[in-house]
Ligand binder design. Structure first.
Ligand code: MG
Length: 329
């Protein structure tokens, strides 16, 4: 198998979450070539802030034949893409349409006019990245509650358990009622998470690897957030089925190629598991300045429309990129 990469930069329009600073983000697209014309693409977009090793180190690992969670997933998704491309199929042939949540990373955007527009477009859930300014976030939630939308909160485990508890206690009952789930409320700790379940459903995302899966009698959360960019999807789904949990697939706030891969997985899981799957969180490329890839993407309400081409799409753009082959040592 031949592996090549093509580096890119994404420029956020505003800080993306409680751990990011809003500076430009580096990633690389990967191309794998196997046998007779079998070519597949995927994204490799490390979040050092969330514990991934940096892009140069990821590329070094690739070269040395070592793997990381991101490399493993990226290559597995590139294989999937190659199979689809070879059969002239798109990810849209493999699954059912999935609705996405509306992600708000900048509270300044949270105005009543925007909320009624979101609702009008057909979105059912809004996701807020919280944990940076709890006073303002609490005010924002009071604005949000007037709209008939479910709310997802994501603390990215940046706040202490007692602070999250005090925050949730301070929220009016009607706000708590609208919360679909709270993602990574604090660093994973079984008792703390279990007691937070009395306020709302809890979802595990970036704390997934902190969960002692083998020892758990029953998980202190209700939803697994599946990120195909760094998580073995079959294993995560097996855990959902074992514990009767729901799942939501999200992008890794990465390149449009990564976004379309996450969407492809979400659509396939929706077809296989139906109502176990909650709305996805794949519509994230609008958080960055437009690039030639995102220009080829469009939304119809909460649905991401098909990108022209096979596999995850973008055939011509991917074909025209400069690729650097990795010389395996
Ligand atoms: Mg998250």
């Amino acid at each position: 198998m031949k592996i090549s990469y093509s580096p890119y930069t994404l420029i956020p329009l505003a800080p993306l979450n409680a751990v990011s600073t809003g500076t430009s983000r580096q990633g690389a697209l990967l191309k794998i070539e196997e046998g007779e014309g079998l070519i597949g693409y995927a994204d490799l977009h490390p979040w050092v802030e969330l514990g991934d090793v940096s892009l140069p180190e990821q590329l070094e690992c690739l070269q040395a034949g070592r793997s990381t969670e991101l490399i493993e997933q990226s290559i597995s998704l590139a294989h999937r893409d190659a199979q689809l491309r070879c059969q002239k199929k798109s990810i849209y042939d493999e699954g059912e349409p999935v609705r996405n949540n509306f992600l708000i990373s900048d509270l300044n955007l949270l105005q009543p006019a925007l909320l009624s527009e979101i609702k009008h477009q057909g979105f059912a859930t809004v996701k807020l990245k919280v944990g940076r300014d709890l006073v303002r976030e609490s005010e924002a939630l009071r604005v949000l509650v007037s709209a008939d939308l479910k709310i997802r909160l994501d603390f990215n485990a940046t706040v202490r358990a007692d602070t999250v508890t005090a925050f949730l206690k301070s929220l009016p009952e009607e706000v708590l009622h609208k919360i679909e789930y709270i993602e990574d409320p604090c660093v994973f700790e079984e008792q703390a998470w279990r007691s937070l379940q009395s306020f709302a459903k809890i979802a595990v995302d970036n704390q997934y690897d902190q969960v002692p899966w083998e020892k758990l009698k029953s998980p202190p959360f209700d939803v697994i957030v599946i990120k195909p960019a760094k998580m073995n999807v079959d294993k995560a789904m097996a855990r959902c089925l074992k514990w009767n949990l729901h799942a939501a697939v999200t992008s890794y706030m990465d390149h449009p190629v990564g976004v379309m891969h996450a969407l492809g997985v979400a659509m396939e899981l929706k077809k296989r598991h139906g109502s176990l799957m909650l709305d996805s969180g794949c519509w994230t490329h609008h958080l960055y300045q437009e690039n030639i890839f995102s220009q080829h993407m469009s939304l119809q309400g909460p649905f991401i429309l098909k990108v022209q081409g096979t596999g995850v799409g973008f055939d011509e753009l991917l074909g025209a990129l400069p690729w650097h082959q990795i010389k395996m040592s």
